[in-house]
Design a protein around this ligand. Structure first.
Ligand code: CMP
Length: 143
């Protein structure tokens, strides 16, 4: 168990376009995750490509960058006990057809590509992903 861990969350262009920001943030808060930083932005191709650089050899990379730059996203830092695992549980499986009932991807994702949310998958990636979008002084102490 990791006390007060932080994770990076992105509400993706599909969910922003469908006005689902509030419903998704509520799921995080209901799970005990605390929003300690939040901003809306429209990613450039360079930003999306750098953020998802780990996937650049995958066949879906071009499609992923195109989708992530297709409209605004809401990036947040979520904090809480075991925040990384808790967020992944609330998001559900990457492929919405495999996501459990009640999870964000089960309720809001359209496909494996347009899957409503991104969340960090491990402590080291959470640190890198948070630093990609936020300076330390943009993250607020809430506890
Ligand atoms: P995310 O958690 O943001 O991390 C990488 C993203 O790549 C993933 O969510 C999906 O949106 C996307 N992705 C993964 N697999 C596929 C696929 N087979 N086709 C298209 N996009 C994919």
């Amino acid at each position: 168990m990791s006390a007060n861990q932080r994770t990076l969350s992105i509400i993706k262009p599909d969910a922003v376009a469908c006005n689902e920001i509030g419903a998704i943030l509520s799921k995080f808060e209901e799970a005990g995750l605390v929003i300690v930083a939040c901003k809306m932005m429209h990613l450039t191709e360079k930003q999306a490509g750098e953020f998802y650089a780990v996937h650049k050899e995958r066949p879906f990379f071009g499609e992923l960058v195109e989708f992530m730059t297709s409209g605004p996203v809401l990036v947040q830092v979520l904090e809480g006990v075991d925040a990384i695992a808790k967020n992944r549980e609330v998001m559900g499986a990457t492929d919405p057809s495999k996501a459990e009932k009640g999870t964000i991807r089960n309720e809001f994702a359209k496909s494996v590509g347009e899957n409503a949310v991104h969340g960090s998958d491990a402590p080291d990636t959470a640190k890198t992903e948070i630093a990609f979008f936020f300076k330390e002084n943009e993250i607020c102490e809430r506890t």
